[in-house]
Design a protein around this ligand. Structure first.
Ligand SMILES: [Zn+2]
Length: 431
């Protein structure tokens, strides 16, 4: 197994065929390693032939789910305790929380991954990068973004989960060219800097984590538009998760995120587990390459997205992953149309006068019944704001819109979790 990751080895600009054969070689190595070192895969693959698995043959192997990880957590560990360098927990948004372990080589691999991402986004060595995410709290992405800055040859400003006031002071003092953070927080920061007359023109790039900044059509979401109002042309969307040990970052073309060529094989699967053609949405399924601590094969992320067809204008031969359209568990089926809560939320985020909102979904396996609950500001009502019409014009679905008061909406949205929850699934799952 490779132990050193050097950004000079990034071969993302190689022709697609060359990248394909590199990936096939690494994939065969990876499957051999999983059989030899991972108790879970030793058992799972026992009845499958021991051969050189390439991208086509990969389809013959079973997928791995979040439930597998939670239920057989220990048997995914492929190294002795002496080689474990870092231990995290998955967020536990679906299913039971479970441990994810990383070796020193895995952390180096992650740093390389994010360094390649920064380069794709157009950062320059010698730049300063303000990190507004934590590197503590068992948050692997924060650590990876930090180590990636160092590997790339830029300077990290680890102001982390600090106040707007503190970030404003740091921006005034150090004039960073780049910020890594969650879009909704960055929007608050942009507003704060504007309100306080602080010069924010030094900032050229926002590496947006945790929330999609683009829609199905690759246009900016209302939140993304807000960010670009403060910093034109700055938004670079990313996608990552603790389990897949891989991040995808938008390049200068800003239409889809690239993974480095030597770190991941990506498949988009339909509900039956078959690959879908490029451009069609399905479950993002990742086989991370060159991972040693907790290697995975065909890991089903539960996130729905699509591969953007065709070559990227930036010249990279690597694939481009579109924005995350939603979580598989939150997929809605209404009279033959499939869509995600995000399609509604994007409309509601963009409507002035909508103060708070959430969605409830009921019904059985055949068709979902959606209710959108909206709290309006300044004495307005959902009718006067035209909420139902705006939702229909974007989704082509008529949904009942109910007025609720702001206080009870806030309680509902912020009452159950540290993160806002706007989707309440009350569907009958017994059918
Ligand atoms: Zn590109």
């Amino acid at each position: 197994m490779k132990k050193q990751f050097d950004i000079a080895d990034d071969c993302s600009f190689a022709p697609a065929e060359e990248i394909g054969s590199l990936q096939n070689r690494l994939l065969a190595e990876h499957i051999r390693y999983c059989r030899a070192a991972s108790p879970f895969y030793r058992e799972k693959f026992a009845s499958f032939p021991d051969r050189e698995y390439d991208f086509d043959l990969l389809q013959e192997l079973p997928t791995t789910s979040k439930q597998d990880l939670a239920e057989h957590n220990d048997s995914f560990f492929a190294v002795p305790p002496t080689e474990i360098a870092d231990i995290c927990f998955t967020s536990g948004t679906t299913g039971k929380p479970c441990r994810i372990i990383y070796t020193a080589s895995d952390l180096d691999r992650l740093a390389y991954n994010d360094a390649c991402g920064y380069r794709a986004a157009g950062m320059c060595p010698g730049d300063k990068v303000l990190l507004t995410c934590t590197i503590d709290r068992c948050f692997i992405a924060g650590l990876a973004y930090y180590q990636g800055v160092i590997k790339f040859g830029a300077a990290a400003i680890r102001n982390g989960l600090n106040t707007l006031d503190s970030h404003a002071e740091v921006i005034g003092l150090l004039r960073p060219q780049n910020i890594v953070g969650v879009p909704s927080f960055l929007a608050k920061l942009g507003q704060y800097l504007t309100d306080h007359g602080i010069d924010k023109s030094c900032i050229k790039r926002l590496v947006c984590i945790g929330e999609p900044a683009r829609t199905r059509k690759l246009e900016l979401t209302p939140l993304g538009r807000k960010l670009e109002g403060f910093w034109p042309g700055a938004v670079h969307s990313t996608y990552a998760s603790s389990e897949i040990v891989t991040s995808f970052t938008e390049c200068s073309a800003r239409c889809g995120g690239h993974p480095p060529a030597d770190l991941a094989v990506v498949e988009i699967l339909d509900e039956a587990g078959n690959r879908v053609p490029d451009g069609e949405p399905g479950e993002v399924t990742v086989t991370p390459l060159q991972v040693t601590g907790m290697p995975l094969v065909r890991f089903r992320t539960g996130d729905i997205s699509f591969i953007i067809p065709g070559a990227c204008p930036c010249g990279r031969g690597t694939l481009r992953l579109g924005p995350i359209l939603g979580r598989k568990a939150q997929m809605l089926k209404v009279r033959g149309t499939t869509l995600f809560p995000g399609a509604f939320f994007n409309v509601l985020d963009g409507l002035p006068g909508v103060q708070e909102y959430y969605m409830e979904v009921r019904g059985s396996a055949l068709s979902d019944e959606i209710t959108v609950c909206v709290a309006c500001s300044g004495g307005a009502s959902p009718e006067s704001l035209g909420v139902a019409e705006a939702l229909y014009s974007r989704t082509r679905i008529h949904v009942p819109v109910v007025a609720v008061d702001a206080e009870s909406a806030r309680k509902r949205v912020f009452g159950t979790s540290r993160k806002p929850v706007r989707f309440f699934d009350l569907r009958d799952k017994s059918l």
